[in-house]
Design a protein. Structure first.
Lengths: 228, 203
C-alpha cells in the first residue's frame, strides 16, 4: 500500500466517522427531547398530585420531571446542535441518556420494565461505533448504582443491607451487553477502515487510469500532428 | 465573537447540567426515604373502629388513600403478603373517602388493585374515621392483629415511597403471620390520610 493510499484511506475513514457522529448526535438530540416530554407525561400520568386528606398539591415527581429533565436534556441537545462531531458531545450524550434512564425508572416507581430503557440506550449509543462512549455510559450506570447503594440502598436493592455482591449482579448484566456492543463497535470500525481503504485504492487506480489516458491522448495527438 | 458566546452558553449549560443532577439526586433521595407519620396504634383491636374483627382469626388491615400514587406499591405488596401468608388471615383494606367528594372519587387504580386481591374485603373509610380509630395517619399503614385482637405489627410494607419489591416490612408481616408469633414495625411511606390522632391531637 502506497503512503498516499494510506493517508487518503485515513482521511476517508475520518470523514465517514464524522458524518456518522453528526447523524447519530442529531438523532440523540431528537430522542432526548422526546424522552423529556415522555418523562413529564409519565409524571403527570403516574403521580400528578401528592395528597393530604382531601387536599392536593402538585407531586414532587412532576417538578423533578420538568426541572431535572430540562437540566439533563439542555446540554446534550445544545452540544448535538453546535458541536455534533466533537468527542465530548458523544460522552455528554451518553451520560445524559443514562441519567434520563435513571429519571424515567424513578418516575415509574422503579418498574422493572423501565430498566429495559438502559439496555436499549446502550444499543443505540453503539450506533456511534465508538467503544469509549459505551464505557462512559456504563460508568454513569455504575456510578448511579454505587451512589444509591451507599446513600439509599433500598432504591436499588429493596433492602437496607444488601449482600456485597448484589452490585456485581446488576453491573454484570450491563457488562454482558457491553461485551457484544464493544465488539460490534470495533468490528464496525474495522469494516469502515476496510471500506475507506478500498475507496482510496479505487481512487488511486482511477487517478492512475486518468493519467494514463491523458498520456495516451497526448501521444495520439502528437502522432496525429506528425502524420498531418 | 459568536464562538465566545457559544462557549459561554455551553459552559453555563454544563454547570446547569451538573447542578441539576446533584439537586435531583438529593430531592429524589429525600422524597423517597422520608417516611410518613407512624401510627399510634392501639395495642388491642379498636372496638370504636366500626370495622368488625373476625372472631378467632388473625386480621390484617391496610389504610389507603385512593389517590396516593405511592400506595400502588403498598397494595402490590399487600397482594404479595396475602399470597404468602396463611389463608385464614382476614385482610381488610380501608379506603379513605371524604364525604363531600363526588360519588366515585375513590374509584382509582389503587382502589381497583385492592379489589383484585383475592380474599380481601375493601371497605370505605368515611372521613378517615377508621384510620383515626386505628391511630393511622399515612396511606399504606398496615396493622396485623392476632386471633385475640392483640397488635403484632404496625408499619409500612414498602422499602421506600412508591417502591414495590423485597422489603423488611413485608417480610415481617409474612413471618409473624406464618409463625403465629412475634412483633414488628417498619416505616410507612405514602400520602397523609389524616393528621390528627383519635383524640384530635396532632402528633
Amino acid at each position: 500500500m502506497s503512503p498516499n493510499v494510506a493517508a487518503r484511506a485515513g482521511e476517508l475513514h475520518q470523514e465517514q466517522n464524522a458524518k456518522r457522529h453528526v447523524m447519530v448526535s442529531r438523532m440523540f438530540a431528537a430522542l432526548l427531547v422526546v424522552q423529556y416530554l415522555a418523562c413529564v407525561g409519565a409524571a403527570f400520568a403516574v403521580s400528578p398530585y401528592a395528597w393530604a386528606g382531601k387536599d392536593r398539591v402538585l407531586h414532587m415527581h412532576v417538578w423533578v420531571a420538568i426541572l431535572a429533565g430540562a437540566g439533563i436534556t439542555l446540554l446534550p441537545v445544545l452540544m448535538a446542535l453546535y458541536r455534533p462531531s466533537a468527542p465530548l458531545t458523544r460522552h455528554v450524550i451518553a451520560a445524559s441518556q443514562m441519567l434520563s434512564s435513571a429519571l424515567l425508572i424513578h418516575l415509574t416507581g422503579g418498574r422493572i420494565e423501565t430498566h429495559f430503557h438502559v439496555f436499549g440506550s446502550l444499543a443505540f449509543l453503539a450506533f456511534y461505533l465508538d467503544w469509549k462512549v459505551i464505557f462512559t455510559a456504563t460508568v454513569v450506570v455504575a456510578a448511579d448504582h454505587f451512589a444509591r447503594g451507599v446513600f439509599w440502598p433500598e432504591s436499588v436493592y429493596g433492602v437496607t443491607d444488601p449482600e456485597w455482591w448484589r452490585f456485581l449482579e446488576h453491573a454484570g448484566w450491563v457488562a454482558f451487553e457491553d461485551v457484544f456492543l464493544i465488539w460490534s463497535c470495533l468490528y464496525g470500525q474495522r469494516e469502515l477502515r476496510g471500506a475507506a481503504l478500498r475507496q482510496a485504492e479505487v481512487e488511486e487506480l482511477t487517478e492512475q487510469e486518468q493519467l494514463k489516458t491523458a498520456a495516451l491522448e497526448m501521444a495520439l495527438s502528437e502522432i496525429r500532428t506528425a502524420t498531418a | 465573537m459568536r464562538r465566545r458566546v457559544l462557549t459561554a452558553v455551553l459552559v453555563a449549560a454544563a454547570a446547569l447540567w451538573l447542578g441539576t443532577v446533584a439537586a435531583a439526586y438529593e430531592a429524589i433521595r429525600r422524597f423517597e426515604t422520608t417516611p410518613g407519620l407512624p401510627a399510634s396504634a392501639p395495642r388491642v383491636w379498636p372496638a370504636a373502629s366500626a370495622v368488625a374483627r373476625p372472631a378467632d382469626a388473625w386480621s390484617l388491615v391496610m389504610l389507603v388513600h385512593p389517590h396516593c400514587s405511592c400506595s400502588r406499591a403498598s397494595v402490590k405488596e399487600l397482594a404479595e403478603i396475602v399470597e404468602k401468608a396463611p389463608r385464614d388471615v382476614q385482610t381488610t383494606v380501608l379506603v379513605y373517602r371524604p364525604r363531600e367528594m363526588k360519588p366515585g372519587w375513590e374509584r382509582t387504580g389503587v382502589y381497583a388493585a385492592a379489589t383484585r386481591i383475592p380474599r380481601v374485603r375493601v371497605l370505605l373509610d368515611h372521613d378517615g374515621a377508621a384510620a383515626r380509630a386505628f391511630g393511622g395517619f399515612t396511606s399504606g399503614q398496615t396493622f396485623l392483629y392476632d386471633h385475640q385482637g392483640r397488635l403484632r405489627f404496625a408499619g409500612g410494607v414498602t422499602s421506600l415511597r412508591g417502591h414495590a419489591g423485597l422489603n423488611r416490612g413485608r417480610a415481617d408481616v409474612i413471618r409473624i403471620a406464618r409463625q403465629r408469633g412475634g412483633e414488628g414495625t417498619h416505616p410507612v411511606f405514602g400520602c397523609a390520610i389524616t393528621t390528627t390522632n383519635p383524640r384530635g391531637e396532632k402528633p
